[in-house]
Design a protein around this ligand. Structure first.
Ligand code: AMP
Length: 193
């Protein structure tokens, strides 16, 4: 099994690159943002709770997100591996994920961090907001999401750097160039399926 975290601030290209990676390597994609938006769309109690935070650009509480992840992993015992996108977003989530995977006799193998300058992130997210229909893709909430990233999420990189699993790379080249860079790192662990 091979487990990958695609890491980076909002707008760094995690979603786009996850799609490319999961197709090439046949990994199971777990995006907590997508899972939460699905809960919001279905109007579940979890979705109603999460929406309050998401609409304001704040992170949803750790226990809500961690509970969701555990059941998603259990749903796919046949998986070749998982690609985590938008998770973990706090040090507590990273510690919980490490424990969860250890319990399942596996681990995170690689964390690929997409580095994009802040001005470029804002430009990308505002542009995405014109078509995404997302309630958090407007300039006011975007600024808060990026602030949350630096306040709470950036520390996750340090957590995995200390384990020797972090690779940083430029995320503002073309989609194709970035994908090539990512695959160069992944191929050291797993070849395309
Ligand atoms: P994303 O689609 O990854 O940009 O996530 C959209 C929003 O969902 C974030 O701004 C948070 O409010 C919430 N969210 C997604 N993933 C997480 C997570 N791992 N922890 C806490 N909140 C999350």
């Amino acid at each position: 099994m091979f487990n990958l975290i695609l890491f980076g601030p909002p707008g760094s290209g995690k979603g786009t690159q996850s799609e490319n990676i999961l197709k090439a390597y046949k990994l199971v994609h777990i995006s907590t943002g997508d899972l939460l938006r699905d809960e919001v769309g279905r109007g579940t109690p979890l979705g109603k709770e999460a929406k309050k935070y998401m609409d304001q650009g704040f992170l949803v509480p750790d226990e809500v997100v961690i509970g969701m992840i555990s059941s998603k992993i259990d749903e796919r015992p046949d998986a070749r591996g998982f690609i985590f996108d938008g998770f973990p977003r706090t040090k507590a989530q990273a510690e919980a994920l490490d424990k969860l995977l250890e319990f399942k006799n596996t681990q995170i193998h690689l964390v690929l961090s997409l580095e994009v300058p802040e001005a470029e992130l804002i430009t990308r997210l505002v542009k995405r907001g014109e078509t995404s229909g997302r309630s958090d893709d407007n300039e006011e909430v975007i600024t808060k999401r990026i602030k949350e990233y630096y306040a709470k999420t950036e520390a996750v990189a340090g957590h995995y750097d200390a384990q020797g699993k972090l690779e940083r790379m430029k995320g503002d080249n073309s989609i194709e160039d970035t994908f090539r860079q990512l695959t160069k790192e992944i191929d050291k662990y797993l070849l395309p399926a």
